[in-house]
Design a protein around this ligand. Sequence first.
Ligand code: AMP
Length: 274
Amino acid sequence: MLIIKDIYNLHTYLNAYKDKGYSIGYIPTMGALHDGHGSLIEKSHNDNQKTIVSIFINEKQFNDTKDFEAYPRNKGDDYNFCEKHNIDIIFEPNTEEIYPEEYKSIQNSHFQNILCDQYRPGHFDGVVTVLNRLFSIIESDKVYFGEKDFQQLKIVEKLIKENFPNQKLVPVSTVRSDEGIALSSRNSKLSKQQMKDFILFQKEVIQFIASLDKMLDLIEANKKAEEFIKSYENFDYFEFRNASNLSLEGSLEDARLFYAIHKSGIRLIDNLET
Ligand code: AMP
């Protein structure tokens, strides 16, 4: 396994792969790797001869400095994790490598003012800026993204369609703990009690979804969601949206439930099939 920090060296190896006709799968991450990332990696191994993971905590996508500083970092563990998962290359650039002085940010123009975009202004501008850069550097055949970050997945779909038509986007289902919690790097920041409360909440959410008629109109379903969430605290959003265009149109059977919850300064997101 190679750990490469600079674009020049990265290109040397990637060009050698491309000369040999190997297909390359790429998984962008912010580190603190877990089995959710592992699932993306395994999918890439199935589809490609070479798999590359990038680890870059992109400050531009944190609209809150405290959140950036508190983001989990565990370098050594990440290297071991990648070794265990037979990664060919870890690309771990520094900020100067990704954002040279002349590099201009780009702006997201899709799925705006809803869900995470409403509560984290500028977040998706940071996401598309870094991905635009990373995709241009790596030029992989396929990129792997988790459904865990569903709005991000939708925005990346647009970015690829517009700027990287030769790169295929592969969505991967959310990996969950036995209790139903979506695996997330941020989960490591929860205390035992907070995790217990979160598991209980998640169970209640799943029961709530199961109790609804699948033919229910989303406007009606969201009235019920509003009622359900009244007894819980610290939510940015908790609502059903159409899974294909994130609108409020259609019925529950075409929707997912999206939520963002704060637990003592830690922001957790998930989306659940109905
Ligand atoms: P992150 O390191 O959090 O930026 O995530 C990197 C990639 O892993 C993104 O495409 C995420 O959607 C994906 N991911 C994170 N958690 C999970 C999970 N529990 N299941 C599947 N994919 C995930």
